[in-house]
Design a protein around this ligand. Sequence first.
Ligand SMILES: [Mn+2]
Length: 219
Amino acid sequence: MIKGRVIAIGDVHGCIDELRDLLDTLAPAADDYVLFLGDLVNRGPDSHAVIQTAREIGARALLGNHELRLLQYRKTGDKSRLRPNDFDTIRQLTDADWRYLENMALHHHRPDLDTVFVHGGFIPGRDWRTQPAEVVTRIQVLGPDNKPLRRGEAPYAPIWADLWRGPPFVVFGHTPFIEAYRAPAALGIDTGCVMGGKLTAFVLPERRLVQVKARRRYA
Ligand SMILES: [Mn+2]
């Protein structure tokens, strides 16, 4: 029995003003399930405010590659893999923010909607449930031998979502597109807000896109 809506929100990357605009438009109700698709942090103006807002509205969040990198540093103290803007984010995060990051799941499955939500995606043809964090938070395209790669590493390789047949239907972020990306059994909703694009939400069960424009280009 479905109660309320599922509201999936694409990569926010610290864009707090646009997140507030989007939430004003969506006006989530108490029985709506608000789910961030990861990469709430880094690059944009205020990672802390984004996580605080997510907490305050009782939203859940999935692990993105940016959070995964921050958490690996938090666990090991090893700074060698951090990127310059990770340091800005680390300075902003409170203990409550870190707890929120530590509770991020790899994916969220809704059998009643035949839909799985994930940050990056999945290797097609394999059980999505057993794919590791390094794959599901980072995959963009499929290289030779089904190797998950970033788009920049293999510009002519197919987007994983184009080869995903489902079921389940997959809603994902991570790979920025100018418009929401409609594949046969997947939908990409990272529309590059931090790069001056849009912040996109996908609302189920009505399957409606809700978008706000970036106020400016932040990265
Ligand atoms: Mn990402």
